[in-house]
Unconditional design. Structure first.
Lengths: 290, 364
């Protein structure tokens, strides 16, 4: 490995082949990031951007606990979304990959449809469903129960519901792929060795699903961290999350340097958490990364 | 000798497809038995019923005298070596081998000791313990799979074609290994294979299956020299089947006529005849190596006149193909050093000894 890498760098043919990708990555990904970073050293005064080149914005970010409370809340909500999605997705994916083989395609089409339907539409649908005069309450009161759902909409729970609803398909599909790749004879071997159903799941199915669990978790976590529709519509904007804060900073307060700084903080913290967990889970050790 | 495995009239259907049509089999303690047959014959299905991955529709399976009905695979005193080995990719070699013990709540020191013994028994290197299965060669993985199956000291070791994916050379090595292992541990082996040659090498008794039923159960020599019919006889090696007509069948034997055979007395003793053969058409079997070329003037119990049409050198032996006047093709195999070499076009007499023949009925 050690002597292969430098050689490839000197290979002009390879460099030319890599050029389109490099250009695309630089212009579309790296350049905006650098611009965002540079923006944080400016100031905003009277809705005007001033090229001041100082640390005023960063001082602001690190001196106000308000921003960090929102960030913490965001991370917590994202983590909760990941956990709930995984718990819901595992039995569904397992069933798809094993028990309901005959209906596999039909179920996949249904999930895909639910998944690609416009998010705004779905979230407002939930809001209507959970509304004071919505279907949920109507159903509850018609069977003689108190219309409890009024208390549910515009809470963090409603936000969570919306996020789980929007994102669980990622976990279903990544887990489904992992589970359907597990050789059936491995499960039989676990039974044969003396494992009950639960033990076989715990010792064999679950560890072999690690890549799927991991891929789904990363996708859901990063998308949850960026969610702004759910906290706004279902959470009623009562406890805003980072994405909503950033949107407000850019659009309502027209403070681009602060918005840029908050964006970078969110990115760095998210990436740090993902890296930390990939270390903890140790995909490399199990040799399942590939 | 006690029966460690007793199978009574086991039937199993998948939908309308009958995979096992009433199989009965009794295996003795310490025996090496091979289930052989073409794909779809039900041998693997039978193994699954023994292992407990499936339950038979009807019939009874008893292991060491205990009825296994309703006993899940995890609770049976059996252990399986899978066709694809099924080593856990996320566990090291040591973890793989120790897995059955871990499930039995054996303490760590004991697991370590037993895994070490298994590694030694399988002639694996100690440094492999910390490696993952994919870092081992095919043969080494095979040994790990065997070690994992043996570590919990099962009463029955079930082998589901574990050697079928290996190249010929490695296969031979592991066949010898299996035989050695069987001798040294004394566990009863039930080995499924589609390769009758492999079964001949390994097994004490062979159970030939076809279409969900047992065609014949016997020692390798029985299967080779006393096959129950033309299917079994054609399943291994080459054979000559000559049509004959039985004119008289008595308890002491039979009297027959055949177009191409010059027989001294036209009689065959009862012990050379398959049980079910009655009056009428039948087949007389002669293995190629049991025919010899008769020098002029010499006689044998029986002789067949033929003309040599083809010859193939096979190293130590030479194989000839010859046609009788009646049009029947014969395969003859004689030592390459034979003092009576034949050439294509030679008209020869092929002799046989009465005790070398076997007669069975014509299969539908």
């Amino acid at each position: 490995m050690a002597d292969e890498v430098p050689r490839s760098w000197r290979d002009p043919d390879l460099l030319i082949k890599a050029l389109p990708t490099v250009l695309l990555q630089t212009t579309c990904f790296l350049a905006p990031l650098v611009m965002t970073f540079l923006l944080t050293f400016q100031r905003s005064r009277n809705f005007q951007l001033q090229w001041s080149w100082d640390l005023w914005t960063w001082t602001d970010v690190f001196s106000k606990p308000h921003y960090w409370t929102i960030l913490g809340h965001t991370i917590f909500m994202a983590a909760a979304t990941v956990a709930i999605c995984l718990i819901i997705a595992f039995p569904i994916a397992y069933g798809l990959a094993t028990r309901f083989k005959a209906w596999e395609n039909e179920i996949k089409v249904l999930i895909t449809f639910a998944f690609i339907t416009d998010a705004t539409l779905k979230i407002y649908g939930w809001a209507l469903f959970l509304d004071k005069n919505g279907m949920a309450n109507y159903a509850l009161s018609s069977i003689g129960l108190p219309p409890e759902m009024v208390a549910f909409l515009y809470t963090d729970w409603a936000t969570l519901l919306g996020m789980v609803y929007s994102l669980s398909a990622f976990a279903i599909f990544t887990l489904y792929l992992s589970i359907s790749n597990i050789d059936r004879s491995l499960i039989l071997a676990a039974y044969d060795a003396g494992a009950g159903k639960f033990r076989a799941h715990w010792e064999v199915t679950l560890p072999l699903c690690k890549p799927g669990i991991w891929a789904g978790s990363v996708l859901i976590f990063l998308l949850s961290v960026g969610a702004f529709l759910e906290p706004k519509v279902l959470g009623g904007g009562k406890s805003p999350m980072s994405a909503e804060l950033i949107r407000q900073t850019f659009e309502t307060r027209v403070n681009w340097p602060l918005g840029a700084a908050l964006t970078l903080v969110l990115m760095v913290v998210s990436v740090f958490i993902v890296l930390l967990f990939s270390r903890l889970i140790g995909l490399k050790r199990a040799g399942l990364a590939a | 000798m006690t029966a460690i495995l007793d199978i009574q009239d086991v039937r199993k259907s998948y939908g309308s497809y009958a995979a096992l049509k009433g199989v009965s089999l009794s295996v003795n303690q310490g025996e090496f038995i091979a289930l052989v047959g073409p794909s779809g014959c039900g041998k693997t299905t039978l193994l699954k019923q023994i292992a407990g991955f499936e339950e038979p529709d009807t019939g009874r399976i008893a292991i060491a005298g205990a009825d296994m009905a309703g006993v899940p695979a995890a609770k049976r005193p059996t252990s399986m070596v899978f066709q694809k080995l099924a080593l856990f990719p996320h566990m090291t070699v040591a973890e793989n081998i120790g897995f059955p013990l871990k499930l039995r709540r054996t303490d760590t020191a004991e697991i370590k000791k037993r895994v070490g013994q298994m590694i030694e028994l399988m002639q694996l290197k100690g440094e492999y313990l910390t490696r993952y299965p994919r870092q081992l060669s095919g043969g080494e993985q095979q040994r790990v799979a065997l070690a994992r199956s043996m570590v919990s000291a099962p009463k029955l070791l079930l082998l589901d074609e574990p050697l079928s994916a290996l190249d010929v050379k490695l296969k031979k090595v592991l066949q010898a290994e299996l035989k050695r292992l069987h001798r040294s541990v004394g566990v009863t082996f039930v080995h499924v294979t589609h390769d009758l040659e492999e079964a001949m090498m390994l097994a004490d008794r062979i159970c030939v299956m076809r279409d969900g039923a047992i065609l014949q159960l016997g020692t390798p020599a029985d299967i080779y020299y006393r096959p129950a019919g033309s299917f079994v006889s054609g399943f291994i090696g080459e054979t000559n089947l000559l049509p004959i007509t039985i004119s008289e069948r008595t308890s002491s034997g039979l009297i027959y006529q055949a177009a191409d055979i010059v027989d001294t007395d036209g009689r065959i003793a009862a012990d050379l005849v398959a049980g079910k053969v009655a009056k009428g058409p039948a087949l007389l079997m002669l293995r190629p190596e049991l025919l010899r070329v008769l020098p002029p003037g010499e006689t044998a119990d029986g002789a067949i006149a033929a003309e040599v049409t083809e010859m193939f050198g096979k190293g130590g032996t030479v194989q000839y193909r010859a046609r009788t006047p009646g049009g029947q093709m014969l395969v003859v195999e004689i030592p390459g050093t034979s003092s009576l070499p034949m050439r294509i076009g030679d008209k020869v007499r092929l002799g046989f000894t009465k005790k070398d023949i076997y007669v069975f009925g014509v299969e539908a």
